[in-house]
Design a protein around this ligand. Sequence first.
Ligand code: SAM
Length: 318
Amino acid sequence: MAIEYLRLSLTDRCNLNCLYCTPQEKASFLKHEDLLRHEELARAAAAFARCGVKKIRLTGGEPLLRKNITGLVKMLKAVPGLKELAMTTNGVLLAPLAAELRAAGLDRVNVSLNSLNPAAYKRITGSDSLEAAWDGLMAALKAGFSEVKLNMVVMKGINDAEVPEFARLSMDFPVSVRFIEFFQTSARTAQLRDAYLSSAETRKRVEAAYGLLLQVPPGSTDGPAHVYQRRGAKGRLGFISGRSDYFCGACNRVRMDCTGRVYPCLFSPATHTLKDLLRAGTPEEALDDHIKKIFLVKSEYKRNSPTAGHIEMSDLGG
Ligand code: SAM
């Protein structure tokens, strides 16, 4: 499988403290000088693009906490060969930035929103920012992105009763609502062992509320999601089954964290790092050779393989 997709984490900091993502006690955050600078991120992105990457998704931590994010988007958008620049955000800081991010060249945005109920939202995120996140989603819909998705991590006993309400949003708004299977990562998420709900069960609940869904062929931006639509809906429904139906064979992505460590698989350790090469002014050709080596080891790592290691989503960005 050709590697065409890079998930780029811009920071390990987040303005939310989600129970499915952030470790209970985050001992410390990285220092400013440990993070790759904008120019270094753009050089790395250009090297990945020369090696075949066509799409970059900005993630985090919370990518909108990164200083001058609009300037960084402009720099990345100018990378030759890159066809698409997207972002995954919790939406809390998005409303005032959506139009300028779009103007800077961001093509698509995914907003993570896991409850529409203020008390449940606070339980999940530790924050009262539901209204700001909703405003961010609405601003994204107005800003003219080529696609806006809403990501809901479904957790039994926490937000699963809201599944029909989330599905309804795809009737009212041109938004792709994506139901994501929760999976365990840190010690904190182990406490949510019983919260797992399969995509099949989530879909049953949507169909119980609204009738049978029509399966539609996945589009080029759907990744591993199984996609459905309700008759007459403005948007679509996607089900991402990272736990019940993992998709290693079709995986075309690699991940880089904000310090330049590269992970060939979400479940692998970082096998390579680019920071020293970038800071040493390594010539393009040597940088590209290094990236090609990373691509070569990708097939050694799979979910549930002996190489699977500990992951922290809040550092790596999902
Ligand atoms: N702060 C941004 C946000 O909240 O969207 C970007 C980072 S967040 C780590 C990116 C994505 O990771 C979220 O949309 C969520 O779907 C996914 N994620 C994190 N922990 C997860 C878990 N335990 N199970 C399933 N998805 C998870």
